[in-house]
Design a protein around this ligand. Structure first.
Ligand code: SF4
Length: 227
């Protein structure tokens, strides 16, 4: 259950800042079953953001650095405010899944299997994701140290190398910044592909059930709540 508008039920959001981030059908019915009037905010259009991000990165890989916004902002909300406001309101990716799955009817809208939102799977996927992130940082380090040359390719689903050399022209910035950009774009694209598959097979936002950012921020919020 999620709230995605300014008019989200205050009783719910205040009493439980750590909300389940699983499937949403686009309604804004609150936890207590009351319908809230829907008021459109600028963040309702954030589904545009992933499209802009991937388009820019297709032509110039250095724009992949902008993806750090999706990495740092949710962590910022969780660490400093102890909430999942990014998930509930500002996440462009989940809004895109909602749009494609609900409005464009590209989702079967079936409940996802229980294991998908189980703790072992979610935390296991988080560990996998962070390991891949760590390897990407290591590759960046190798290029920075001159131990490896720049790989002008992206890796899809952590397995398939796809040449992407048109998107990079050597310039004033050091090559390791491009290596990071190729790696980060790969990570973002791979996770979006997984999210699209989950969207088509299950409910539009089924990816949220095991999204590493959602798992991380939920964990942080729980820890903060305890202290
Ligand atoms: S769980 Fe992930 S994809 Fe879902 S709203 Fe949160 S950050 Fe976005």
């Amino acid at each position: 259950m999620t709230h995605d508008t300014e008019s989200a039920c205050k009783a719910c959001t205040e009493s439980n800042p750590v909300q389940e981030q699983t499937a949403s059908n686009g309604t804004n019915k609150c936890k207590k079953g009351k319908r809230q009037p829907k008021k459109k905010g600028w963040y309702d259009y954030l589904w545009i953001w992933p499209i802009v991000f991937f388009t820019l990165g297709f032509f110039n890989i250095m724009f992949a650095w902008l993806g750090m916004i999706d990495f740092l902002v949710p962590l910022g909300f969780a660490i400093f405010a102890g909430n999942k406001r990014f998930c509930n309101r500002y996440c462009g990716r989940s809004r895109l899944f909602d749009l494609l799955g609900s409005k464009l009817k590209l989702s079967r809208k079936k409940p996802h299997p229980k294991w998908m939102s189980s703790s072992p799977f979610r935390y296991g996927f988080l560990v996998f994701f962070l390991t891949m992130f760590g390897m990407m940082i290591y590759q960046t380090y190798l290029v920075a140290a001159g131990a490896q040359s720049l790989t002008e390719a992206i890796t899809l689903l952590w397995a398939f190398n796809v040449p992407w050399e048109w998107a990079y022209t050597a310039g004033a910035l050091p090559e390791f910044t491009a290596q990071f950009a190729f790696g980060f774009y790969s990570l973002m694209l791979s996770s979006t592909i997984l999210g699209l598959i989950a969207m088509a097979a299950f409910r539009p936002r089924s990816w949220c059930a095991f999204c590493p950012m959602g798992t991380m921020t939920q964990g942080i919020c729980k820890l903060k709540k305890k202290n």
